[in-house]
Design a protein around this ligand. Sequence first.
Ligand code: PHB
Length: 403
Amino acid sequence: MNDNQELNARRRTLLKQGAALGGVAALGVLPAFARAQSDKIRIGLMLPYTGTYAQLGVAIENGLRLAIDENGGKIGGREVEFFKVDDESDPAKATDNVNRLVTRDKVDVLVGTVHSGVALAMVRVAKETGTLLVIPNAGADAATGPLCAPNIFRTSFANSQTGYPMGKVLADRGVKTAVTLSWKYAAGEESVAGFKDGFSRGGGKVLKELWLPFPNVEFQPLLTEIASLKPDAVYTFFAGAGAVKFLKDYQAAGLKGKIPLYGSGFLTDGVLEAAGDAAEGVETTLHYADSLETPRDKTFRLAYAKRFKTQPDVYAVQGYDTGLLLVLAFSKTKGAVDKPALIKAMEGAVIDSPRGQWRMSKAHNPVQDLYLRKVVGQQNRFVNVAVKGLDYPPADRCKMASS
Ligand code: PHB
């Protein structure tokens, strides 16, 4: 008998005894382990609610709540209690923040976060404590690479996975030279590395890599340098409020229309209203687009817009898929926090997502289609599938210790 079967058997015995003792009145004498099944599942939500990534955190939480609400507000038949922390996208505060959720709030599952540097602290704590962690955005390649672990899953992407297709698309078009420009931390570095891999395999050359510290938005000197380097293309990783400022500065510097601007799709996702025509025509690659027009996506977009009075973006989809993954896993265990069984269910998960169907790789990262998109009006319009079923970076960088 495994732990879970044993617990259930003890519960059944206790319930019989409880019935013999007079039903409801007897519940008060049930020991804690027997009550646990009827208590709420505790989800620790660690996301940015302030700073340049604040909107991203809100969209992820919205998506997660929508998926759970569509399942009657429950996962595995149990109600859910959220414990929330604003991580401010600040790696210096990350270890304290995640320890608070694990030690003080005793959460059953950690969900977080957006910023790769903060996520890496969550990964360390999850590895030390064995807490289940689902990453709904942060793309730090290491989380599903060298630092992978049985209890760590991602429902979003790996940073290099979203850069590689853009490099490939440009090289296939015969573009010869590019300059890259990004925030200098894991997300930007890995996004650029993926781009360079795709671009150089097809014969393209990166003339120069330009960087600025996160979340700095003093783009002007770097834009001046790009103007003098005159590359055929510029590839960027920026997101959230920083992306809006970058798009506007690129246009104001007179570069828009002269040197085509590309990026991983975070450059234009969730920012189109704020960026206005500065974003028009920009092409990016990402695992979501606003006009996929599949029945699954249409239903999701309608439900999201009705509930939150705003259009969903890639972050909302990732939050939603995190909810779908938790619903699926806990339905297999009937609500029990049976880690080996939850891990097994998540490893075998095939998610019927608004982005299209995806599955977990061996390293616990989505294997998914990456789309080429173009900003038209206020939409990241689907252009075509840039790479189908992309499992990248190669899953062999993850040596999974057994669960
Ligand atoms: C990250 O830090 O991994 C990150 C942040 C924002 C994004 C994408 C990736 O939009």
